[in-house]
Ligand binder design. Structure first.
Ligand code: NAG
Length: 496
């Protein structure tokens, strides 16, 4: 949760459209909580608790906190039998549906030229900027995205060498995040990596759902012989659940394999093949609330590096992260100009859940083979009839087939993907969208040009970040004390 809440910052650092007139979040950030859902103009509540449109309505959009639960797009599902035609062939016995060491695809189906280390190179390895994913007026492009992209990224992500995807945090930035494009309900996620080091620097391997269920490994950069295992239920802050796991060796110098094996009955946290912690669902029963506080909604896998010890962070967070980050004299800043974690490979094997039989039935009814192509457009969503209930269980989850999840441009949300919301478009963009064919629309150009991060972009990103932080801190300090979804506030309350 800590990582979740603080990482919302990363979302805003990727204002890739600095020169574009279309914005997908307001100049003054608007936060979202259970008490304050997003307004109609900026209907989608991002994973990081900020309101917007476009990308904010795609991965991680929280239906409980959005203007309308339908503002969020359905989540592309990661399902059994997607392997191996979608993803790289696996040598593991149990074939994962998602396996990537981020090598180039054998036959790239996106028309991208090699551009080592840049956006196109990432695209060619199945990674796309989160602001591009599932946003295009052309269904043909959407299908290619669903097929070709395994991960979205934000921040400073670079493919440096075989088995070396670097998630960096340069000086005074908010770090990097990659997130699987598909969600799964139960499965095994395997991440082989080296974590970042340095006081206040946090590395995280997290499964997270749009309604805030979470299963975590977190690594504090000043404490390299331990991992913190943790879980959260529905975004509720509860600090009694963390358990420290001892590592056999320094996690910065040495590659370890971190795995979460999650099914309907239990969660195993596994390090280098050895189960280090088990949580049983039956032990999460809350007598008072008459419910299991067990993660049970579809999750995406995320790996991130973020600044827990940022100087303007909350004191409780800085303390948890081991202290303030030394942006000037840390060895990695001196030697490489950045903190960094290195991901070697990732695999996810989704399990057959209670939805699987009905999905198979439906494909048979449609006379379709049970393969990756037929499963391409299957999404997980929630039953909005249950929207007013306080807790979202596995029973609130539904699946859909037959409707591609996408938005035609950055200013759209899930409710009216095809509808023009011209009031949100200004100047040049509006003219282009009106005057030219769909091929010239902003989001389509966006994909063709891609948004190769430049120094200038980074400066703009940081300015945005600072604005966002100031605004958020103002809300934090002056905001309603009833806002118990505000993690910083709750953390402070807990510490006092
Ligand atoms: C926090 O989690 C523990 C363990 O699941 C549980 O016993 C406790 O009631 C929870 N606290 C709150 C305030 O929900």
């Amino acid at each position: 949760m800590l990582s979740t809440i603080l990482l919302w910052i990363s979302c805003c650092t990727i204002s890739t459209l600095a020169q574009e007139a279309t914005r997908y979040f307001p100049e003054t950030p608007i936060g979202c909580s259970l008490e304050n859902n997003c307004p109609a103009e900026w209907p989608c509540c991002s994973q990081f608790g900020q309101c917007g449109t476009g990308p904010f309505c795609v991965g991680g959009c929280n239906p409980r906190l959005s203007h309308d639960p339908g503002s969020c797009l359905g989540q592309p599902a990661l399902l059994p039998r997607m392997s191996p035609s979608f993803w790289l062939q696996s040598s593991l016995e149990q074939k994962p549906a998602l396996k990537s060491s981020f090598l180039p695809r054998v036959q790239p189906s996106m028309d991208v030229a090699s551009n080592e280390g840049g956006e196109k190179d990432l695209n060619n390895r199945g990674i796309v900027n989160f602001a591009n994913f599932l946003i295009s007026p052309q269904e043909r492009i959407i299908k290619k995205m669903l097929r070709d992209y395994h991960f979205t990224y934000s921040g400073f992500v670079k493919y440096d060498a075989p088995g070396q995807l670097t998630l960096a945090m340069p000086k005074h930035t908010s770090g990097s995040l990659i997130s699987s494009t598909r969600s799964f309900l139960y499965g095994r996620a395997t991440v082989k990596m080296k974590t970042a080091r340095g006081r206040g620097v946090v590395t995280a391997v997290v499964l997270i759902s749009t309604v805030g269920d979470e299963i975590d490994f977190e690594f504090i950069g000043g404490e390299l012989h331990h991992a913190q295992s943790n879980y959260y239920h529905q975004g509720e802050l509860n600090h009694t659940r963390m358990e420290k796991l001892e590592l056999s060796s320094d996690s910065f110098e040495n590659t370890h394999i971190y795995e979460v094996d999650w099914d309907q009955d239990r969660i195993n946290w596994i390090v280098d093949g050895v189960v280090a912690r088990t949580l049983y669902k039956e032990d999460t029963w809350n007598e008072e609330k008459q419910r299991y506080e067990y993660p049970q909604t579809p999750m995406r896998l995320q790996v991130s590096v973020w600044p827990g010890g940022r100087e303007d962070a909350d004191p409780g967070t800085i303390m948890w992260a081991g202290g303030l980050i030394d942006w000037e004299n840390s060895p990695d800043i001196l030697e490489k100009g950045q903190f960094y974690a290195t991901v070697e490979s990732i695999a996810v094997t989704p399990y057959e859940n209670k939805f699987w039989p009905s999905i198979v039935d439906e494909l048979e009814r449609l006379h379709l083979p049970i393969d990756a192509n037929s499963l391409l457009d299957i999404t997980y969503d929630y039953n909005y009839d249950k929207f007013n209930e306080h807790t979202w269980f596995e029973d609130s989850v539904i699946w859909k087939k037959g409707k591609l999840p996408y938005l035609s441009s950055l200013d759209k949300n899930g409710l009216n993907p095809g509808r023009q919301q011209q009031s949100l478009l200004v100047g040049k963009q509006l003219k282009q969208e009106q005057g030219d064919g769909p091929d010239q629309s902003p989001s389509n150009r966006f994909i063709q040009d891609t948004n190769k991060p430049s120094e200038k972009n980074h400066e703009e990103q940081d300015l945005l970040l600072r604005n966002a932080l100031q605004s958020r801190d103002a809300t934090t300090n002056g905001g309603s004390s009833h806002n118990n979804r505000n993690p910083i506030k709750r953390l402070l309350n807990m510490l006092h």
